[in-house]
Design a protein around this ligand. Structure first.
Ligand code: SF4
Length: 256
């Protein structure tokens, strides 16, 4: 499993995103999340009770130093992405940090996009909804429209999380969001799951029609997962699912 050992990581150059600078708001030595996905490349959640989050001031200071250095070197980032060792919206000063980041982006690299990868479980909180509404790429997870499958794959920590609740919350963005879905099959605790079946894909497409995302990103297993009995869905199958979504009018990208 891989943990990010810094608050700011990269920049990483990718074909899809260009030059991307990462921000990890979670502790550097433990994973903390409101999901506990079977496929999480950071492993399962920590059992630690105290979480040493970096402060808002630390994040802003490190980001300012990094961006000014990159601009001086002629390396203008295309995107600043909040990801890291768990769910970024768990940081108690998340909205303030987003405001600081947008201000620093405007000062140093106005063309860069601010992206957040979140698991959707905290968007009911007004300050999280407000923060995510301000970013350029509000990327939210939705892995299955069937409750049993979502709960098996994502292992939500909070009791309030179910598919109906997630759809209602995601609809509140009125289309200003990108949905990210992991397609995967496997067995966990003797229970088999597969979110690529016809029934699953049909339910997922119906959910997309209610949520109306501006874009959908689909992908499958890429790195080592904490659970062994997981099976990657190949790119041909992902493309077939993408085609079905495009036929319903969605903009879809496939990471193979
Ligand atoms: S939501 Fe993301 S960080 Fe959280 S467990 Fe799932 S994959 Fe890992």
């Amino acid at each position: 499993m891989i943990l990010f050992d810094q608050v700011i990581f990269g920049p990483i150059r990718s074909r899809r995103l260009g030059l991307s600078l990462g921000v990890n708001l979670l502790p550097i030595d433990a994973k903390i999340c409101s999901f506990n996905c079977l496929y999480c490349e950071c492993g399962f959640n920590t059992t630690m009770k105290e979480f040493p989050f970096p402060t808002r001031e630390q994040v802003a200071g490190i980001l300012e130093t990094k961006l000014s250095q990159m601009v001086a070197d002629g390396e203008i980032p295309n995107v600043i992405t909040f990801a890291g060792n768990g769910e970024p919206t768990l940081h108690p000063q998340f909205e303030d940090i987003i405001d600081d980041t947008i201000a620093l982006r405007n000062r140093f690299c106005p063309s860069a996009k601010v992206s957040v990868l979140s698991n959707s479980t905290r968007v009911h909180k007004p300050h999280i909804f407000s923060a995510l509404s301000k970013v350029d790429n509000n990327i939210l997870k939705f892995d299955s429209a069937i409750d049993r499958t979502m709960k098996l794959i994502d292992q939500p920590v909070g009791k309030h999380i179910n598919v109906e609740w997630l759809i209602d919350q995601l609809r509140r963005f009125e289309g200003k969001l990108i949905i990210q879905t992991m397609f995967i099959r496997g067995v966990y605790n003797n229970e088999a799951f597969d979110n690529t079946t016809d029934v699953e894909v049909e339910a997922w497409l119906n959910a997309m029609e209610q949520i109306k995302p501006q874009q959908i990103m689909i992908y499958s297993l890429d790195r080592e997962a904490p659970v062994k009995n997981l099976q990657k869905v190949n790119v041909d199958e992902l493309n077939l699912i993408a085609e079905k979504a495009r036929n319903r009018g969605f903009l879809v990208s496939v990471a193979g």
